[in-house]
Design a protein around this ligand. Structure first.
Ligand code: ADP
Ligand code: MG
Length: 258
């Protein structure tokens, strides 16, 4: 069998596609056999890794452009960057622990949650981004179509499930109980990253039922890192910069020279 046929049989597609360039480079750099083999296998490895990331990225449905690198920590001093970086190391994902980001609108909760999801995808984990509203719609529909068990099972596959905007809409009793079942399924197996504009003390109200809220919080927070962001909306900063708004009512904005 000739070389291209072998590469094809072995499914070394990326090496196959770049074979001429790889050989040419090896000749130019006068590589020994071992170095050449390493280089050739690297080409295949990089190709597959990239493809894997692309596929998982599509499945994850993360909003684009919200990365850890583009997050301005200096604007939000209440966030301990060390804690975020520890989360970004993804040790919590390996352990199936959770992360909860709390704070008022616009302070970067979603941005950080998405940025962590992206790190997870890049590291080879499956992730999925849903607003809490989307999640509840899915679960309600599944229940009415007698597919709840299957859908709950599907929602345990992603190693990282990001649930955005807990607390904007109160849940009915049934919804809280569906949410409870999801949290129980994933408990100690796969991570949840939840963002909320409500403090834990107010979750009872959001979940419509204090007993249910306690049961949910119990599992959610057993192994969890909570980041409580106290600060000003980044959206307001951008509007103010564009001259669309007056001075901040909060005193956190540094005084500008006249
Ligand atoms: P929240 O989810 O807390 O309401 P978002 O994460 O949606 O807020 O942030 C609002 C917008 O501001 C987004 O476009 C986000 O990328 C941006 N943003 C928020 N905080 C920062 C920050 N510290 N550095 C850079 N961009 C930020
Ligand atoms: Mg948000």
């Amino acid at each position: 069998m000739e070389l291209h046929g072998l590469l094809d049989k072995l499914k070394l597609d990326y090496l196959g596609a770049q074979l001429d360039a790889v050989c040419e480079q090896a000749a130019k750099r006068d590589l020994d056999y071992r170095a050449f083999l390493t280089e050739a296998l690297h080409v295949e490895y990089r190709g597959r890794r990239h493809k894997g990331i692309e596929t998982r990225l599509k499945q994850a449905r993360l909003p684009v452009g919200q990365t850890l690198e583009s997050f301005d920590f200096s604007y939000q001093p209440s966030i301990d960057k060390k804690v975020v970086m520890e989360l970004a190391s993804l040790a919590f994902v390996e352990r199936g622990h959770n992360a909860v980001l709390l704070g008022p609108p616009g302070v970067g909760k979603t941005h950080l949650a998405v940025a962590l999801g992206l790190k997870a995808v890049e590291a080879g984990h499956r992730a999925l981004f849903l607003t809490l509203d989307e999640l509840l719609t899915r679960l309600r529909r599944a229940q009415s179509e007698q597919r709840l068990d299957k859908v709950l099972q599907q929602l345990t596959y992603p190693k990282v499930l990001i649930l955005d905007e807990m607390g904007y809409l109160p849940m009915s009793r049934d919804e809280a109980s569906l949410f409870f079942r999801l949290v129980t399924r994933r408990y100690e197996r796969a991570s949840l990253i939840i963002t909320s504009n409500k403090s834990f003390a107010d979750w009872g109200e959001v979940l419509g039922d204090r007993v249910m809220a306690t049961a949910i919080l119990d599992r959610l927070l057993h192994h969890a890192t909570a980041i409580n962001i106290k600060g000003e909306s980044y959206r307001l900063k951008e509007k103010r910069k564009a001259g669309l708004m007056g001075k901040s009512p909060l005193k956190s904005e540094p005084k500008e020279a006249a």
